[in-house]
Write a protein that binds this ligand. Structure first.
Ligand code: NAD
Length: 302
């Protein structure tokens, strides 16, 4: 285990890379807790779309009187939007939430390593990729963790904080503490496939999709069964649409490749078909359900 020099920085400025489904929520959560946030996307149009998502979410809170206009302005004022990665150079903690692609993530950490100050800490929001593999290309493996948020970030309290064998304990503790600072609940986990939640959840979801493949039961009946019979707040197909079918597909195909002998890992045919059709769930308006603007419950695609 390496020692740290200089010490872990006091977190004041947080960089967020990728402002998609997860990244905009992470940027918002940090800004709401008064951290200065530098929000980065490669392209202006994606930056604009992340910004409107944050404005939309805070706008709802304002309308429901959960925050005042003053607080709204303060939170928005905490976020700087940028398409220039160099703007991340003074950040203390960088949270990366770009698409689940190891080559892309490695490219980003390779560049970031040369841009950010030496004491800055990097954290990936990956759902399924090896934190160790990313840490190894960052040039600072002792300052690298996973911080796995859940969707929608604004509502979900849990964050899994993941350590590799290289993560310095002080870095881990600082990141665990930061999760509490942004009003979330941290759990600790080693760098293992799927960490805690997805290692249990993804095989469960894919089993439900395999039931669809076999035509064992309808989409609606599978979902109702797990709600009323197992007490789940939403059924597995409904949840799959919320998560994004591309995200689930990326996870399960990666695991099947890496762990071909694990019987719990199997890619359902209906998942492949939905991806090929571009039906990725709620974010594209269609997956196993049809989703209208702002829908919390769509109609099943039978
Ligand atoms: P998303 O597709 O909604 O957003 C990804 C964002 O990354 C997009 O806005 C895209 O423009 C941006 N991006 C792509 N290349 C980039 C680059 N080179 N530089 C900067 N930005 C770039 O995806 P998401 O669902 O938010 O997932 C992001 C990460 O979070 C993934 O690693 C995923 O596994 C993980 N995650 C997802 C969920 C979920 O429920 N969707 C939950 C937890 C973790």
């Amino acid at each position: 285990m390496s020692t740290l020099s200089p010490a872990v920085p006091k977190f004041e400025t947080v960089g967020c890379i990728g402002l998609g489904l997860m990244g905009h929520g992470i940027a918002q959560a940090a800004a709401q807790s008064d951290f200065k946030v530098i929000a980065f996307e490669q392209e202006q149009r994606f930056l604009d779309s992340g910004r409107s998502r944050i404005e939309g979410s805070l706008g709802k809170m304002l309308k429901r009187e959960k925050i005042t206009q003053e607080k709204y302005d303060q939170i928005m004022g905490n976020i700087t939007y940028s398409t220039n990665m160099d703007d991340l150079k003074d950040t203390d903690l960088v949270v990366e939430a770009v698409i689940e692609n190891m080559d892309l993530k490695k490219d980003i950490y390779g560049s970031l390593g040369g841009i950010c100050k030496p004491e800055a800490i990097f954290a990936s929001n990956t759902s399924s990729l090896s934190i160790t593999d990313m840490a190894n290309v960052s040039g600072r493996p002792e300052r690298f963790v996973g911080v796995h948020f859940f969707n929608p970030v604004q509502m979900m309290k849990l964050v899994e904080v993941i350590r590799t064998e290289h993560t310095h304990p002080d870095v881990f503790d600082a990141c665990h503490g930061w999760v509490g600072d942004i009003n979330k609940i941290a759990v600790s986990c080693n760098d293992t496939p799927g960490f805690i939640v997805n290692r249990l959840l993804v095989p469960f979801l894919t089993q439900a999709l395999l039931m669809v493949d076999r035509n064992d039961a309808s989409i609606k009946d599978i979902d109702i069964s797990m709600q009323l019979g197992a007490g789940h707040p939403m059924g597995p197909l409904h949840l799959a649409d919320f998560i994004g079918l591309d995200t689930i597909n990326n996870i399960i195909t990666g695991w099947v490749e890496e762990f071909p002998d694990e019987p719990a890992f199997e890619v359902p045919k209906c998942l492949t078909e939905k991806i090929e059709a571009g039906d990725l769930g709620r974010k594209t308006g269609k997956g196993f359900y049809h989703w209208g603007e702002g829908d919390k419950r769509g109609d099943a695609v039978e």
